[in-house]
Design a protein around this ligand. Sequence first.
Ligand code: CDM
Ligand code: ATP
Length: 288
Amino acid sequence: MKLKARAKINLTLDVLHKRSDNYHEIEMIMQLVDLYDSLEIREGEGIEIVCSHPFVPTDEGNLVYKAAKSLQKYTGTKKGAKITIEKRIPVAAGLGGGSSDCATTLMGLNKFWKLNLSLEELAKLGKELGADVPFFIKGGTQLAKGIGEDLTLLPSLPPVWVVLAKPNLGVSTKEVYLGLEIDKITKRPNTQAMISAITEGNIKEVSNNLCNVLETVTLRRYSTVKILKDRITQLGACGTLMSGSGPTVFGLCSTYERALKIAKSLGTLAEEVFVTKTTDWSEINETN
Ligand SMILES: C[C@](O)(CO)[C@H](O)COP(=O)(O)OP(=O)(O)OC[C@H]1O[C@@H](n2ccc(N)nc2=O)[C@H](O)[C@@H]1O
Ligand SMILES: Nc1ncnc2c1ncn2[C@@H]1O[C@H](COP(=O)(O)OP(=O)(O)OP(=O)(O)O)[C@@H](O)[C@H]1O
């Protein structure tokens, strides 16, 4: 079984307060994009992970391994699997790559092992493995509250071109949340305005309402991210924002030509650049 595990961007991200469990109560709008890791599930003894990316573990630290183990524990199945991950989504980049691999594995093995769990059950198991995981069970465009698990599906955004640019640094999500001074945030997203813009399919208004409070931490710590963001704006993107905890910055573009021009003009500012599109693909996508 071959599967696509797509990345996400955050169109808005607001942090409301710190919780007693050390997580933060957030309100954000997440959007699936068409950049993906490829997963292949084959029959196997136990759980075996194959991945050649230097920063991705193949032991119990891998979120794909954790997903498989969690399903075995929950259902009691003794079945095994060999899962090969071909990484394309940059790692520790704010694009939710590991979370998407995790969610896709939950959905894939549910079929492969004929477990018949509901999407709600899969999302519940996913939440224990990472706050972003439940989003990837349904994908599309969603409002996320709580720690990210309380989801409301929004109308799909009309497909819009996206330039994703990751500078040569990795960012720890935990460190970014730890560095946030909530009482000093001056600019917060207008989530309702963003929902209206999405509902109307008004990309100009979507672009005007892009806002992520975690930029206050990452852009201050890493000037490259700020320079990259300003450059993408100068080059003519309709709107730009840092995704998640960063350091990836995205630019929304009205044409493919503009997106490509921006991608080709970033030079050494970005280590990895992709031109992709927003997508509302919401089902498990088997390519085989
Ligand atoms: C930044 C985002 O990617 C935006 O989509 C998410 O909020 C982070 O989601 P994630 O990487 O799946 O998060 P997890 O792997 O569950 O948590 C990583 C760390 O981020 C912090 N964390 C995460 C989510 C949240 N609502 N509050 C937090 O404080 C916690 O310190 C946690 O230890
Ligand atoms: N399948 C996986 N793919 C990528 N990273 C993984 C995977 N499994 C475990 N990891 C570990 O998780 C860490 C974070 O990876 P990931 O790429 O998901 O971060 P991220 O893009 O910042 O995610 P988010 O946007 O959810 O914060 C990596 O440093 C890596 O060691």
